[in-house]
Design a protein around this ligand. Structure first.
Ligand code: G1P
Length: 291
């Protein structure tokens, strides 16, 4: 069954990035020349999906506005003859069809996905977290859709992380059934430090069959008192099976200050106009640091 919809939860408060995120959604922070959320949406579009369900909260309207027409700006740009900029601005609003759903209370990632049930209904969909950026030759969502097509069951993206960082992630254990594809046997959300033997961490990409909603409706609050998507995934695993896929690409946690800096340097280095000059600059900078 074709996957047509992407759910992007963006209701989080961005507390790891205060004070920058006091009045600006963390997803609207700029990496080089675009807000983080635009990279996320471009990955979704490049994977063949045009319908995006944003899970928002108060204070997040800048994200919806970014993907909407801006008549005043467009008229201004056209009167000034700034046609390149006009095309760029139009391109952003033409990228996707947006539906917004409000998450009225911050009850966790599982809850954020649960509130999309009335708009996603009975079809498979992807979930892409609004601050997990993945730079990859083949878009990460596209890679996962291929695994979904082949195995016909829900798929979570994973990557290996240092064992002393496993407590920050959902962790999976499983048996490798094809290159980079694991049949999941166990999932645990944010295991206590030192308790996990697996280093396969879930990162913010999921392809889910609609039965996840039944599981979410039965999921009780877990770690941190929140309704955890990982707990609902464990229910789905028991009911119909679940796969994990070690995607090819680099992931940046752009909601974290260090991850954001790394993303900025990476995307600046590969930027078509700035990349070469930025690399020269970095080389000089590093040479001076060594002195
Ligand atoms: C969420 C998920 C977690 C996953 C992580 C990836 O956690 O609950 O399983 O590993 O995203 O970024 P959060 O970072 O929202 O606490």
């Amino acid at each position: 069954m074709k996957v047509r919809k992407a759910v992007v939860p963006v209701a989080g408060l961005g507390t790891r990035f205060l004070p920058a995120t006091k009045a600006i959604p963390k997803e609207m922070l700029t990496v080089v020349d675009r807000p983080i959320i635009q990279y996320i949406v471009e990955e979704i579009v490049a994977s063949g999906i045009k319908e995006v369900v944003l899970v928002t909260a108060s204070g997040k309207s800048a994200i919806e506005n970014h993907f909407d027409y801006s008549f005043e700006l467009e008229i201004f740009l056209s009167q000034k003859g700034k046609l390149d900029l006009l095309r760029e601005v139009r391109h952003i609003s033409d990228l996707i069809e947006v539906v917004s759903v409000r998450q009225k209370e911050p009850l966790g990632l599982g809850h954020a996905v649960k509130v999309t049930e009335p708009v996603v209904c009975n079809e498979p969909f992807v979930v892409v977290l609004g601050d997990d950026m993945v730079d990859a030759k083949v878009p990460c969502v596209f890679q996962m859709l291929k695994v979904f097509e082949e195995f016909q069951q829900s798929v979570v993206a994973v990557q290996k992380v240092p064992l002393d960082e496993t407590h920050r992630y959902g962790i999976i254990e499983g048996e490798e059934v094809a290159e980079g594809v694991y049949k999941v046997q166990r999932l645990i959300e944010k295991p206590a430090p030192g308790t996990s033997t697996s280093d396969l961490a879930i990162i913010g990409r999921y392809v889910l069959r609609p039965e996840i909603y039944g599981c979410l409706n039965r999921t009780l609050p877990g770690v941190g008192g929140e309704i955890q998507l990982t707990d609902a995934l464990d229910c789905l695993r028991k009911e119909q099976g679940l796969y994990a896929y070690e995607f090819k690409g680099n992931r940046y946690d752009a909601g974290d200050k260090m991850g954001y800096l790394q993303a900025t340097v990476n995307y600046a280095l590969t930027h078509p106009d700035l990349g070469r000059r930025f690399k020269e600059y970095l080389k000089k900078l590093v040479a001076n640091l060594d002195e």
